[in-house]
Ligand binder design. Structure first.
Ligand code: UTP
Length: 290
C-alpha cells in the first residue's frame, strides 16, 4: 500500500528552550527564512506525502496561520510584481492537504500520535517530529518509505549517538541486514547504563503501521509520566520486528539551544542568497577574535 499520509506532532511545551517557547512554538523558529516546520512539511511532500495532520495545542495557532491562505499579502505581492515571493508563500500549501487537530493536554508523543487514529484509518503512515529538522539530499522520509516498500514492516529512522549521551535518547536492539538497513527487535527509552542495547537511537522520523493505535491505547504513561511512542513501538518491534534505517542526513533538534544555532549557521552557509556573505562574515569574526 502506498504511503500518502503523515502526522507531524507539534504540541509539546518546548521547555528546553524557554522563555522563547512561552509564546512562540519551537516548530516555528525560523532557520534563515523559513520556519522549522515548513522544512519538515517540504520533506514530507518531496517524499510523496499528500495529506498531513499537524497536531498542535493551545497557543500554537500561529502554525495554522502559517499554512493558511493570506489573501491580503498575496494581493500585495501580486500588485507589486513580487512574483517570486508570491510563489514562495503559496507553494507548499498548494502541494498537499494540511489538516490540524489539538492535543488537549501534552501527555507525550505517543498520546499526540493517537489523535491521528481516525485521520489515518487503516493504512501505514509517516511520522515526522515537528522539532527535528533533517537536511539531506534524498528526503529522509522518502528513505524510510522506500524501506517500508521493500520490507513491508514499520521503519525507524535512526543514527548512532555518542556513548555518553545515549541515556538522554532511546536505545535500539538491532542486527545488521544489508547496506544501511537493520532489523530492530527491541528498544528502550532513556536507558540506564546496563540497559543500552546499541548506540542507535530513533531521530525524528518513522513509518508506522495502523496496528500502533491499538497498542497506544493500551500503553500506560512511561518515562516522565508521558505516553511514550517508543513504548508502543517496542511492542511492534518485539512481535513483528521493525526495520531500522541508518539514514543519510544531518539532524538538528530544534528543541535544543546549541542545535538551533548549528542549524541556522549550517543552512545559512549553503543558502544561495546569503551563503557567501555569511561565510565572509564568519571569517571576519574569526580574525577579530584572534
Ligand atoms: P519533545 O519531547 O522533543 O518535545 O517531542 P517537548 O515535550 O516539547 O520537549 P521539552 O522536553 O519540553 O523541551 C518531540 C515532538 O513531539 C511533540 C513536540 O512538539 C515535538 O515536536 N510533542 C511532544 C507533542 O506533540 N505532544 C506531546 O505531548 C509531547
Amino acid at each position: 500500500m502506498r504511503i500518502k499520509k503523515a502526522v507531524v506532532p507539534a504540541a509539546g511545551f518546548g521547555t528546553r528552550v524557554l522563555p522563547a517557547t512561552k509564546s512562540m512554538p519551537k516548530e516555528m523558529f525560523p532557520v534563515v527564512d523559513k520556519p522549522t516546520i515548513q522544512y519538515i512539511i517540504e520533506e514530507a511532500v518531496n517524499s510523496g506525502i499528500e495529506e498531513i495532520l499537524i497536531i498542535i495545542s493551545r497557543g500554537k495557532e500561529i502554525i495554522t496561520n502559517h499554512f493558511d491562505k493570506s489573501p491580503e499579502l498575496e494581493n500585495f505581492l501580486y500588485k507589486n510584481n513580487k512574483l517570486n515571493l508570491l510563489d514562495d508563500i503559496k507553494n507548499i500549501s498548494e502541494r498537499c492537504d494540511i489538516f490540524f487537530c489539538r492535543q488537549r493536554e501534552a501527555r507525550g508523543l505517543g498520546h499526540a500520535v493517537l489523535y491521528a487514529k481516525s485521520f489515518i484509518g487503516n493504512e501505514p503512515f509517516a511520522v515526522l517530529y515537528g522539532d527535528d529538522l533533517i537536511v539531506s539530499d534524498i528526503p529522509v522520509c522518502k528513505q524510510l518509505i522506500d524501506a517500508f516498500n521493500k520490507y513491508q514492516l514499520g521503519v525507524l529512522g535512526a543514527k548512532e549517538m555518542p556513548k555518553d549521551e545515549i541515556h538522554k535518547y532511546g536505545s535500539l536492539k538491532v542486527e545488521h541486514m544489508e547496506k544501511n538497513f537493520f532489523k530492530c527487535t527491541d528498544m528502550v527509552e532513556k536507558p540506564g547504563l546496563s540497559e543500552v542495547m546499541s548506540l542507535y537511537s530513533i531521530l525524528g522520523r518513522c513509518i508506522l503501521t495502523p496496528d500502533i493505535f491499538d497498542v497506544l491505547e493500551a500503553t500506560p504513561p512511561g518515562v516522565g509520566g508521558e505516553v511514550q511512542l517508543t513504548d508502543a513501538m517496542k511492542q511492534l518491534a518485539r512481535s513483528n520486528g521493525m526495520i531500522m534505517v541508518d539514514f543519510d542526513g544531518k539532524r538538528y533538534d530544534m528543541g535544543n539551544k546549541l542545535e538551533i544555532i548549528k542549524a541556522s549557521v549550517e543552512i545559512a552557509l549553503n543558502h544561495p542568497e546569503i551563503g557567501s556573505d555569511f561565510k565572509n562574515y564568519l571569517k571576519q569574526l574569526n580574525l577579530s577574535s584572534g
